[in-house]
Design a protein around this ligand. Structure first.
Ligand code: NAD
Ligand code: TYD
Length: 359
């Protein structure tokens, strides 16, 4: 076991919190969660760890170099898994500035802090220090009816979000090539599961359905996404961080291609079974087709052969089992949902949290 902790950035978000819960439950790692707590950061998703001695939270912006330097000097991490980002395509269309700032400038600032720290270490330790950048398949652009994204697929990002993630991927690669920082990059398909903020398709549909609101489907609903259950992504991230080859990219995907219409219909059918509407009608009646997203990518699909072959990873959930677990979680966790809807989740730290540092 490494006695130095692991830095997780963006650990109060959807995937970061799943990764931290999993690492605390299934490994010996000590975790320092570095998160600015934007609207997407929710410490209620980590409430069960607030007194755990292997977990520390620091409310820090990854654009703040002074604060990052202080954290590196204080905790001497064995590595960083970098998830902090602005992550929602629709928001990037309405306001790209935060995406440029956090995803590009923030990643650059974190890389520089990591480089300064690792170059202060004795050579053997510096060679072991790893910077794992968590990215998206959206950097590859859009597929037609056939084909899969491979690690060798040329970058062709279409949205401000995917362009900012592509830029950060390039910076990370350059920091290895030029400065010798030991980096890993993973590009993953669409995640779903518990604790996802209700701006992404699956939680929007579940929450709107339960509140008797319309279920908005962009365009004709025939765009295709390749869905991966979030705990499977977290398992893949741990495997790549611990066993991947520095300098390499790994694609992560669920082999679960679905049209958006199939996803919405599947959710309505599950809700009809698990929480039927009081008037006896199906939730399908709440579907509406709305104006398409500008520049909407047609299809994403991942070839995950490399991570399977080299590291032995494969998803444990299929879409049927994962979607059922997800709907059941939202039905069982009304407090989490109500606090997100009311905005109360943003005060949670002030009221409840002891295990934190301020930067
Ligand atoms: P999220 O939006 O749920 O969480 C992002 C977290 O980053 C939040 O806790 C937020 O407070 C934090 N953050 C934002 N700006 C910050 C800053 N400047 N400094 C420090 N913290 C900051 O995102 P997610 O869905 O959990 O995605 C995590 C990562 O995985 C992102 O890098 C995203 O690009 C990538 N990814 C997401 C998906 C997906 O389907 N959600 C798929 C592939 C890759
Ligand atoms: P989203 O969850 O925003 O993820 P991404 O844009 O990163 O793939 O969207 C998933 C798909 O669902 C995408 O094709 C857009 C579509 N969508 C809708 O049809 N309605 C919605 O309300 C949302 C949020 C997304």
């Amino acid at each position: 076991m490494n006695s130095n902790p692991l830095f997780i950035t963006g650990g109060a978000g959807f995937i970061g919190s799943a990764l931290i819960r999993q690492l605390i439950a299934e490994s010996d790692w000590h975790i320092v969660n570095i998160d600015k707590l934007t609207y997407a950061g929710n410490l209620e998703s980590l409430a069960m760890l607030s007194n755990n001695p292997r977990y520390v939270f620091s409310q820090t912006d990854i654009c703040d170099r002074t604060a990052l330097d202080r954290l590196f000097a204080q905790h001497k991490p064995a590595g960083v898994i970098h998830l902090a980002a602005e992550s929602h395509v629709d928001r990037s269309i309405h306001g790209p500035a935060d995406f440029i700032e956090t995803n590009i400038v923030g990643t650059y600032t974190l890389l520089e802090a990591a480089r300064a720290y690792s170059s202060s270490l004795p050579k053997a330790q510096a060679d072991e220090f790893r910077f794992h950048h968590v990215s998206t398949d959206e950097v590859y652009g859009s597929l037609g009816a056939n084909g899969l994204f491979k690690e060798t697929t040329a970058y062709s990002p279409n949205s401000p979000y995917s362009a900012s993630k592509a830029a950060s991927d390039h910076l990370v690669r350059a920091w290895q090539h030029t400065f010798g920082l030991q980096v890993l990059v993973t590009n993953c398909s669409n995640n779903y599961g518990p604790y996802q903020f209700p701006e992404k398709l699956i939680p929007v549909v579940i929450l709107n359905a339960l509140q008797d609101k319309p279920l908005p489907i962009y365009g004709k609903g025939d765009n295709v996404r390749d869905w991966l259950y979030v705990d499977d992504h977290a398992r893949a991230l741990r495997m790549v961080f611990e066993h991947g080859t520095a300098g390499e990219t790994y694609n992560i995907g669920g082999h679960n291609e679905k049209t958006n219409l199939e996803v919405v219909d599947g959710l309505c059918t599950l809700l009809d079974e698990l929480r039927p509407r009081s008037d006896g009608k199906s939730y399908l009646a709440q579907k509406i087709f709305v104006a398409d997203r500008p520049g909407h990518d047609r299809r994403y699909a991942i070839d995950a052969t490399k991570i399977g072959r080299n590291l032995g990873w494969k998803p444990q959930e299929n879409f049927v089992s994962g979607l059922r677990k997800t709907v059941a979680w939202y039905l069982d966790n009304d407090d989490w949902i109500q606090h997100v809807i009311s905005g109360e989740y943003r005060n949670w730290m002030k009221q409840n949290y002891s295990n934190r540092e301020s930067s």
